[in-house]
Write a new protein. Sequence first.
Lengths: 218, 394
Amino acid sequence: MSEFPDNVGVNQRATFGPWHCFWNTCMQDNQPPLTELFFNPKNVGEARHPSFIGRAASFQCGATLRISLHINDSQRIVEAKFKAAGCSVLVASTSLLTEQVLGKTTGEAAALGQTVRLIEAQLGPVETARTDCPGLACEALVAAIREYSDAIRDSWEGDQALICTCFGVSERRIEQEIHEHHLTTVAEVTRACNAGAGCRSCYPLIEDILDDCQRGKW
Amino acid sequence: MIYLDNNATTRVAPEVFEAMRPYLTETYGNPSSAHSLGQRMKSAVERAREQVAELIGAAEISEIVFTSCGSESDNWAIGGFLEQNPTRRHIITTRVEHEAVRNLCTHLAEIGCEVTWLDVNESGQLDLDDLRRVLRRETGIVSVMLANNETGVLFPIEEVGKIVRQNSDAVFHVDGVQAVGKIPINLKELEVDLFALSGHKLHAPQGIGALYIRSGVKLPPFIIGGGQEQGRRAGTSAVPNIVALGAACELARNFDEHERIEGLRDKLEDEILERIPNARLNGPSDRNRRLPNTSNISFEYVEGENILLHLDQAGICVSTGSACHSTTKESSPTLRAMNVPYTAAQGSIRFSLGRYNTEQEIDYTLEVLPGIISKLVEMSPYDKELQALSMRQR
């Protein structure tokens, strides 16, 4: 009683006949990650303290969502958890998203959070009424990262110049990264220490630092 | 499969299928034809008309007209009246009607009719003084459902009918789709002019309905064509479906297990409300004011669609009033009219039982449901609210 009746007809068809390949592909397509992720979502709960929290809610359907992140000293997300009261698509999207930001720097995660289609593509087909749901997951992620950045900025002390205000990266930190790893482009700097991963308004500053470094300091 | 969604539709009863089977296989003919085959079909249709009339207590058999579904009956009743009386454009109805009436009246309001919507209170009941206040001598039609499809709340049709008769010349239409077969109905004793019913809610197949038109009430045909149904509803009679509706009505009339179903519903409802801290009943706790088979329960702060999918995976079919599961992205208008908080409306589940449900099925549902709810409660971002609820429960 607790189980669905086996879909014998379909399974039999998958094993023989000219439709063999078609059915096999179909069966895989019909079992998108969405269903599996909904019934067995990953990362439900709260990240350990200190955590940074992002919330999102839909004014259209009333779904609410909270993502909490635990971020280590090198700005990597070591724990990403969520709680949601929303539809199956929201639960699946958030499960997928939290899984994918694990181990990423906050900058990389922010970039992922701004590319909703990457998550959408992995979910498989979603009915048109639900196309906003993956976006809601991304919104909460970006909000959590923003809270982290705000905290970094607020706690900023010391006399060093702050170059990347989104991710709180100082001039000295950028110089260190350039020297240690012989970096030559802004993209390399961003990868190394998150500087420039947010709003990008510090790109010219990072370029100046790169120029200075190349000109003579080493 | 445990089917607790009998307000959505019901399984065709084997007895009903057996009754209609000959008309899908060996017996055929157009009941409008004069030859013997046709005449045999005609008498089958007339027999079914008797069976329907008998179930709802119509004074005359000819007061029953077959339609294709409940929505057609509702549309015909209201639309037909307005066609007949184009100047009597004041309509009174409730905010919690089925879409067949509610959306029709919304549309009529857009094209120039005056629609007065009656509110309901927090347990979904009408205030008859509201009706007395808005009813005018020249009001054209009053349309009030007998039983609400989502909550099972019963409206006092007898009193509504009397008020309408005493205070106006209005025609009184009742959407009885959800009530027929579930509670006794005797139209002879009610001041009802038009009454809609649908076959698939009482174990006939989908695609057959009927409209009761009190003798003396004039209603122009909704479908114009041949002279079927005494010229009131054209289109070749769907004999197998009509026979099925007749058989279903007779089956319902002889059904003697209403108390058993009510007992199962009561058990389900009581145990859910007792064992699950965030469960709350939508509708009056006085069960005499509700259909004997329906329980609408909100699980606060969790999403109804998620409950539905988890129950489905466990082999249990229910409905939800959550926005996520409808096409409109809005939660149930019935629950909103009852002022159910949004966080509760989103987690509403309708359990509607039927003649084939067993005690084991209810026990199994009670076994799996608490686990599903607690899993979703764990996932809910409303932790503080949920904590407060479980504290109160203790």
